[in-house]
Design a protein around this ligand. Structure first.
Ligand SMILES: [Zn+2]
Length: 462
């Protein structure tokens, strides 16, 4: 099946941190892959019916469907490179608490009573929010990955999905500790025939794992070099300092001491990483996932993002879970990432719009092991969103039509609510408020039922 979008603008990547908006453009898709990006006139004005053009992608007659995009901007789908989707069930819980108390007093007691069915319901709601906001691919670190994974598969979104690697007791016999077996079973057993949802490894963090557990899992991770590994790193100053106190190593150095840093390693937060940590991440090709809302809500601080990018570290963006954000709005994360470092360092030249767009798209795709996605170019996967440019906040000097939309408008002015279409692998999943793979009413019902079950269990425990 081939389709072509016409009457649109395209956000095209010219190189690292460098974008342009092409007006009066069209974009062709062959199955799950982009086969043409370029001027509309190259296709629709030269060849009403195929007139011997050697490039079939430029022939409108070669497409089964022509879609009028009504002046929208097509851009790559956003990649939410760190989060816990099912935490919609805990949205806004524990507001105002610092990280350790937030986890121990507010989050863990609820998570202790969750079931797989609850988690699937929470993730399904998160997917509705992400699809409507232009996210096409996300990282999901949570428990019950089997049920969670089925919910994601149904939606058609792309995701990297892990069961949380946890171990609290260094004396525990790891042969008896079920997490070891459960993580491996999920890694090896989880399958998606369309390869949109993939299993990956995860350690929650240095502080919620033990050295023998990390060592044991590292053996398994090294046997599967195609699998990603996802870890919370140096989110708070306390975590960073306590790790140094326990091991004489920063969290990044600690995980590297097990031979785990590689291009498959994604480190969420990294607020307190040292210069040496960033050097190590650059050298090993690891990714830093920036979570600006979450770091500010929990008062964790400001990650050295501008420095990491300048040093050549792959930096992506994530929302984190909805208890520490409290939404899954990647446009908001882009805007915050672009603003907060300028303010913190009194330096308006930090973090260009091009850097931010790279972080939210191509860098995230690379982090999640999907280098075939993240930009609008022939040969790349058709993971695409359309932004309506209709809203008052999207009007400006460019509205006369004499110049294209500046990319700053996407980073600073656009809202998630401007998204009118979300497509994954050439399949439209969300179109002008309609979900094509999910039933919104039944997702809402399932979510409310899950909350009632959770409330009842918490009452029984009290
Ligand atoms: Zn997290």
């Amino acid at each position: 099946m081939k389709k072509i979008f016409k009457n649109c603008s395209l956000l095209l990547r010219k190189g690292k941190w460098d974008y342009e908006v092409l007006d009066k453009a069209c974009l062709g898709i062959d199955g799950d892959t982009i086969c043409f990006v370029g001027k509309e006139s190259d296709v629709f004005e030269r060849c009403e019916i195929c007139s011997g053009d050697t490039d079939e992608a430029k022939c409108p007659a070669s497409y089964d469907e022509i879609i009028d995009a009504e002046g929208a901007l097509l851009m790559p789908g956003l990649v939410n490179a760190h989060g816990h989707a099912a935490m919609t069930l805990l949205r806004c819980v524990g507001g105002g608490l610092p990280l350790q108390r937030w986890l121990n007093d507010a989050i863990f007691p609820v998570e202790a009573v969750l079931t797989g069915e609850d988690v699937a319901a929470g993730t399904s709601l998160a997917i509705l929010e992400m699809l409507a906001g232009g996210t096409t691919c996300f990282s999901e670190m949570y428990d019950f990955p089997w049920e969670d994974g089925e919910a994601i598969k149904k939606s058609g979104m792309k995701a990297n999905l892990s069961k949380v690697g946890l171990c609290f007791d260094p004396e525990i016999d790891l042969n008896e500790w079920p997490r070891v077996r459960e993580c491996i079973e999920h890694i090896d057993g989880f399958e998606d025939p369309r390869d949109r949802v993939r299993s990956e490894f995860c350690f929650h963090s240095e502080y919620l794992t033990t050295a023998p557990f990390v060592k044991r899992m590292a053996e398994e991770i090294k046997k599967r070099p195609e699998k990603n590994l996802n870890v919370h790193i140096s989110e708070t100053a306390l975590e960073h300092e306590e790790c140094i106190g326990r091991h004489g190593l920063t969290p990044i150095e600690y995980f590297d001491s097990f031979g785990l840093l590689s291009p498959r390693f994604t480190a969420a937060h990294c607020v307190w990483v040292s210069d040496g940590d960033l050097e190590l991440m650059k050298e090993k090709g690891a990714t830093l996932v920036h979570n600006p809302s979450s770091n500010m809500k929990l008062g964790s601080g400001f990650a050295p993002i501008a420095q990491a990018l300048e040093m050549g570290v792959n930096v992506a963006i994530g929302t984190d879970g909805t208890a520490s954000n409290d939404d899954l709005d990647m446009f908001e994360e882009m805007r915050l990432a672009a603003l907060i470092h300028k303010g913190e360092e009194n330096e308006p030249t930090l973090l260009s719009a091009g850097q931010i767009l790279d972080m939210a798209t191509v860098n995230g795709a690379r982090a999640l092991g999907r280098p075939d996605s993240g930009e609008l170019a022939a040969g790349k996967k058709a993971d695409i969103i359309a932004l309506s440019l209709d809203a008052p906040h999207m009007q400006g000097p460019w509205s006369s039509g004499s110049s294209p939309l500046p990319i700053e408008a996407i980073v600073y002015a656009a809202h998630a609510s401007d998204v009118v279409m979300t497509m994954v692998d050439g399949e439209i999943l969300y179109d002008h408020g309609r979900y094509l793979t999910m039933d919104k009413d039944s997702v809402y019902r399932g979510f409310a039922e899950a909350l009632r079950r959770i409330e009842e269990r918490l009452r029984e425990k009290a």
